[in-house]
Design a protein around this ligand. Sequence first.
Ligand SMILES: CC(C)(COP(=O)(O)OP(=O)(O)OC[C@H]1O[C@@H](n2cnc3c(N)ncnc32)[C@H](O)[C@@H]1OP(=O)(O)O)[C@@H](O)C(=O)NCCC(=O)NCCS
Length: 212
Amino acid sequence: MADSKRLYPRIGDRQTIYLKNVIDDPNIEVGDYTIYNDFVNDPTKFQQNNVLYHYPINHDKLRIGKFCSIACGVKFLFNSANHTMNSFATYPFPLFFKEWELEKKNVTEAWDNKGDIIIGNDVWIGYEAVILAGVTIGDGAIIGTRAVVTKDVSPYTIVGGIPAKPIRKRFNDEMIARLLKIKWWDWSEEQIAQNIQAIQSGYIKQLKYYGE
Ligand SMILES: CC(C)(COP(=O)(O)OP(=O)(O)OC[C@H]1O[C@@H](n2cnc3c(N)ncnc32)[C@H](O)[C@@H]1OP(=O)(O)O)[C@@H](O)C(=O)NCCC(=O)NCCS
């Protein structure tokens, strides 16, 4: 049986991890079975290598749902990357508070805050895509390789490019509404296991539905 507490879900594969097992930052949450693959760096260093400009003092959050697939080199670029643009200087004076005899507590004034990054369930994020602060990506969405995602992505929508734009929806609106109601990722492991073939087939009639 699948076991999301395992670090390496595939025997002999040290490049693919169940991501939640390496997260110890209280401002990052990752759901069960979400995988991260990295063939360049150690995938267990995800917090350090992939969640960037994410300083504890800013309290911004990264929330990733269940059953997401995150490809090598995906980056989540947080608020401390955004030097403030309302000031006359983009130069981050508040960061060098000692140099300029400023109040340490005002350090976050060095950057503009665009908010948390929220990733839904069963989201597939392609190789080296960049997700910017403040973005929400809906369930079932796909982010193309090297996309720079600057705006929210609707559920079951494929986006690509810089800035990322919708390429197409994965299914028609009726099917998307049904899938969002079914939420198979919230089923028990047993229910999912019994439905793997139906989930894989893409024929909704084959799915057993466990909602009300
Ligand atoms: C996003 C992706 C899955 C879309 O696949 P698809 O729907 O089969 O896309 P198509 O090849 O039919 O292309 C559809 C359109 O999107 C464009 N497009 C596809 N991928 C794109 C990308 N990453 N960035 C920008 N545009 C892209 C195509 O040029 C095409 O444009 P057109 O309609 O103007 O001709 C795929 O292109 C992709 O990025 N794959 C890489 C996945 C990856 O990184 N995997 C890592 C291992 S998990």
